[in-house]
Design a protein around this ligand. Structure first.
Ligand SMILES: [Zn+2]
Length: 256
């Protein structure tokens, strides 16, 4: 029963995340006006705004103008619900408050991943705003000491700032965005040193694979710009749940 409540709550939050992902990069308010069709502008009625379900009932089209609704909307809702369920299964029994903050962190990752993918942008509201919330939580986080959390956040942001200026001066390109530096504050302060290292490793590995794919199959060159924030989100998502397991596996490989 509890799990069903968690999933329904995840669907509702996912519906709000869709609004954030759509409006925040356009600097529109995320509260008003209410949801409306991006094509014909007609307000969406409450019974057509049921997460995931309405998309199926309307067969992916606006009730009035029949314009196709992006499949991203129900997918974000379903994925948010799945994420909440994961956080619940992993942490709720031992650390209910921590599980709640994991859910908030996952929401930020989902929003940052999709906004960076679409706009090559990581809004300060999410990176710095999120970092501030998790800085306060660092004093209550049962998985990382406050000193380790703050040192990881500042240290990793400095490393990324160093890389940013290195690329800018030496290679005359923006290899990383300033948003990535701010995002490290958020990731570092919540994940702590061990899981952040795994998150960045996974992100770099995923970025490398996608980069090679684009260079070989799509004829792009090495100046190709990839949304690193999307990969950082992906790496952090996996690392939040399995980072310490992955670290142990890597360590045991080197013990042999
Ligand atoms: Zn419409």
């Amino acid at each position: 029963m509890e799990e069903i409540i968690v999933i329904i709550f995840g669907l509702i939050v996912g519906s709000f995340l869709n609004v954030v992902i759509h409006r925040l990069p356009l600097e529109q308010s995320v509260v008003s006006p209410g949801s409306h069709c991006p094509s014909c502008g007609v307000p969406i009625r409450f019974y057509d705004n049921i997460p995931a379900l309405s998309f199926v009932i309307l067969m992916g089209k606006c009730r009035r103008c029949k314009t196709r609704i992006s499949v991203r909307y129900p997918l974000v809702e379903l994925f948010t619900a799945f994420s909440f369920w994961l956080a619940y299964r992993f942490y709720f029994e031992q650390q209910p408050v921590y599980a709640g903050f994991c859910a908030i962190f996952l929401c930020l990752l989902i929003a940052l991943a999709l906004i960076d993918l679409e706009h090559q942008l990581l809004p300060d509201e999410l990176t710095l705003g999120g970092a501030t919330v998790f800085l306060i939580y660092a004093f209550f986080n049962p998985t990382v000491t406050p000193i380790a959390a703050i040192a990881t956040a500042i240290g990793s942001a400095l490393v990324f700032a160093g890389l940013y200026f290195f690329y800018l001066k030496v290679r005359k390109i923006e290899g990383l965005g300033q948003g990535d530096i701010k995002m490290m504050l958020l990731l570092g302060v919540f994940l702590g040193p061990d899981r952040l290292v795994i998150a960045v490793l996974l992100a770099s590995f995923a970025g490398l694979l996608v980069g090679i794919f684009f260079i070989i199959f799509k004829g792009k060159n090495l100046q190709l710009k990839l949304p690193f924030g999307t990969f950082l989100s992906l790496g952090s998502y996996i690392s939040l749940f399995w980072g310490r397991l992955i670290l142990k596996a890597i360590q045991s490989l080197y013990m042999i």
